[in-house]
Ligand binder design. Structure first.
Ligand SMILES: [Fe+2]
Length: 110
């Protein structure tokens, strides 16, 4: 996910073609889904007590990413790239450091 976000930043910075940026955004949307599904399966299978809250955090991010994709496709010329990049990298770091780490500690104990 970090690699895709990084690629996206590079493409915007280099003024890559819209089609090329779309490819990376689509890959990010798809990967977010795959990654969250996998994590949620582990949480469900291990009987993680905070599963529902964690899943809700994932759903909120997936919705936000879908909205970013929509906004970008609708109006690329006014799209706030910096705000998107800040949001994505902050969300991911925060989520991994706080929310995912709690699950990791639980999972290791099981
Ligand atoms: Fe997570």
């Amino acid at each position: 996910m970090f690699a895709l976000i990084h690629d996206l930043g590079d493409k915007f910075e280099q003024g890559a073609a819209e089609a090329s940026i779309n490819v990376t955004i689509e890959a990010l949307v798809a990967y977010v889904d795959i990654h969250f599904d996998h994590e949620e399966r582990l949480m469900r299978d291990s009987g993680y007590p905070a599963f529902e809250d964690h899943k809700r955090a994932h759903e909120a991010l997936a919705r936000r990413v879908a909205k970013l994709q929509e906004d970008w496709q609708r109006a690329p010329e006014t799209f706030d790239v910096e705000a998107m990049m800040d949001f994505l990298s902050n969300w991911l770091s925060e989520h991994i450091l706080k929310v995912d780490m709690k699950f990791a500690a639980y999972y290791k104990q099981q």
